[in-house]
Design a protein around this ligand. Structure first.
Ligand code: F6R
Length: 606
């Protein structure tokens, strides 16, 4: 997790950059750094560890530039050393970056062959050399960055300054958030509005694919197609609130849109990017000899666990027992000797989950937990914590915590599969590569939000909605139905598609929309048969798939297209449309989206 800032000011900016970075330190504090443009040259100071180390360094050796960028790092590629600290730079350009450059290895090879010398192990340095290379062709920073952006793959936010250009900063956003602050004869850049709160509350949020050219007079913004666009400036409440909604109407919308970024953070916690393999804390067990894993959780976290069961059984070939915590706690289930019990909880305080954890401990199980709050009771009572790096989740309906739980479970699957020899090094690399592409694919799923608004208009008239999925898509059908009912209050049920004919098909008529999660996987054709059974009875089908509209072989009420991705990563990707369907339907119904009736964020009672 990293934080980015930038300032074009009228006084030396180092002090204010540090101030802004302090407000972003929650995003990481492995190292920090600042670069400014001084008399046409780029100067930088960096320090390993917390921001105070950088502050001390700058105290001893000040930076005088009035244009500068800063970064606080949460290490992904390369160890948390000073050499790997941002900003990275050449003589011509300096860059701060948040996110993952997926194709950094091939870029590095290409640029090294052209004579560029890399100092660090980071993916970011490839961006520096790429822009430098473009600048050597045409000495125009805007053109050079536009060209470079086209060659980058991944999800990222960038802040860039240039030697010889005291009144210029370029920012780019793909997947990771970026806000521009408007001052008096000064402009600012930050990962969020909170970073900029001491300087300005007039904020423009960049949209997916935007590139912004900042001078002290203002900002020109270009969209993904390179067209000049206007993005509104809004007055942020960030100065008075620790957590801000940004330019979203609800926390839930903000949290849905944060997913490309927080998934990157969670993945980078568990993946050695340079090696392309997973790297987990020691679970204190011989994973090659696991006889069974017991997973327990509640609600959405339970559905994440259910996806984990499909993954672990398929790829790591270990049987997984899973149950909702409120049942498992009273079942007096026999547990295998020295087994692994895995708990999943956003809050880490859910009473039922905690009770099962304590039961499993008494039964001599090794306890691992996937939690979002590292100081929580469940975390404290576990032998091993597998953190999700979703950041605070304010919306009561869980969104980003769910997909981060999936990210942690995906990594755990690879770890166990590797230990047991069911996942070869080649397959591990392939699956890791698939995971690294998830943030970019998620951003693509969110690109066309109008289709969800349109669909919500029709869904809001329904009394009942069914969700169907087969195999690993079945837990998503359950999660889709839960999300829809908890925030829109429309009755919704999730079913395994193959179960339909054993009862629920009696519910189908022309008033019941049926949402089908059907990626082109090995069970796709079977799901399509179930879709046709529904269509034959007048049911209205909403298909979520990466195939064509006509792949369902019947008329559709709507088709939500998801990008082609590695099938392993589908649960992460297909989570996004089901969240957006629920969100827009709830908005259409006028419910209290962030605090739906009768619910609480942290369920600390039985
Ligand atoms: C639904 C939702 C709940 C929680 C459940 C467990 O959107 O958020 O179903 O998933 O109450 O909470 P945690 O994860 O805090 O244990």
């Amino acid at each position: 997790m990293c934080g980015i800032v930038g300032i074009l000011g009228s006084q030396p900016v180092a002090h204010d950059l540090i101030d802004a970075l302090r407000r972003l330190e929650y995003r990481g504090y492995d190292s920090a750094g600042i670069a400014t443009v001084e008399n046409g040259h780029l100067e930088r100071r960096r320090a390993e560890g917390k921001l105070r180390n950088l502050e001390q360094r700058i105290g001893e050796d000040p930076l005088k530039g009035k244009t500068g960028i800063g970064h606080t790092r949460w290490a992904t590629h390369g160890k948390p050393t000073e050499t790997n600290a941002h900003p990275h730079m050449s003589e011509k350009v300096s860059v701060v970056h948040n996110g993952i450059i997926e194709n950094f290895r091939s870029l590095r090879e290409e640029l090294t062959a052209k004579g560029h010398v890399f100092d660090s192990d980071t993916d970011t340095e490839a961006v520096v050399h790429l822009i430098t290379e473009e600048l050597s062709r045409a000495d125009d920073p805007i053109e050079a960055v536009s060209e470079a952006l086209q060659k980058l793959e991944g999800a990222f936010a960038l802040g860039i300054v240039f030697a010889g250009h005291d009144d210029l900063m370029i920012a780019a956003r793909r997947g990771s958030p970026l806000a521009i602050g408007h001052g008096d004869d000064a402009m600012y850049l930050g990962s969020d509005a909170i970073a900029l709160a001491p300087f300005t509350n007039k904020i423009t949020y960049l949209e997916e694919g935007d590139m912004a050219v900042l001078t002290r007079k203002g900002a020109e913004i270009f969209d993904a197609e390179g067209e000049k666009v206007e993005r509104p400036a809004v007055i942020s409440q960030a100065s008075s609130l620790l957590v801000d909604k940004g330019n979203h109407r609800h926390f839930m919308a903000k949290e849905i849109h944060e997913q490309p970024e927080v998934i990157s953070h969670t993945l980078s916690h568990y993946i050695d990017m340079a090696e392309g393999r997973v790297d987990y804390p020691d679970l204190g067990l011989d994973l090659s000899d696991l006889s069974r894993i017991t997973i327990s959780a509640c609600g959405t976290a339970y559905y994440a666990g259910l996806v984990g069961k499909y993954w672990i059984e398929k790829y790591a070939r270990v049987p997984v027992e899973i149950d909702v915590a409120s049942e498992l706690r009273y079942r007096e289930a026999p547990l295998p000797k020295d087994g692994l019990a895995l708990f999943i909880s956003q809050s880490g305080e859910t009473a039922d989950t905690l009770a099962v954890l304590r039961y499993c401990k008494e039964q001599g199980q090794r306890i691992a937990s996937i939690v979002n709050v590292r100081t929580s009771t469940i975390a404290r009572e576990s032998d091993v914590i597998l953190p999700t790096l979703a950041g605070p989740e304010i919306g009561v309906a869980s969104t980003k915590a769910f997909t981060c739980q999936l990210a942690a479970l995906a990594g755990l699957t690879l770890l166990i599969g590797r230990a047991r020899g069911t996942i070869s090094p080649e397959l591990e690399q392939e699956l890791v590569q698939g995971l690294l592409e998830v943030p970019r694919h998620m951003a693509e799923v969110m690109a066309d939000e109008a289709q969800y608004e349109k669909l919500a208009h029709d869904l809001s008239k329904a009394r009942d909605v069914l969700y169907l999925g087969r195999g690993i898509n079945y837990p998503l059908a359950l999660e889709g139905a839960l999300k829809l009912k908890e925030i829109s209050y429309i009755h919704a049920e999730g079913y395994a598609a193959g179960e339909l004919k054993h009862g629920p098909i009696a519910l189908i008529d022309e008033n019941v929309p049926v949402i089908v999660v059907a990626p082109s996987d090995d069970l796709h054709d079977k799901t399509v048969s179930n879709v046709q059974e529904v269509a034959a009875r007048g049911g209205k089908i909403i298909l979520i798939s990466n195939g064509d509209e006509d792949s369902a072989g019947c008329e559709l009420m709507a088709h939500i297209r998801v990008p082609d991705a590695h099938p392993f990563t589908n649960p992460l990707l297909y989570a996004v449309p089901i969240q957006l369907i629920a969100y827009h339907t709830a908005v259409q119904m006028g419910t209290d989206v962030d605090q739906p009736r009768n619910l609480a964020k942290s369920v600390t009672v039985e």
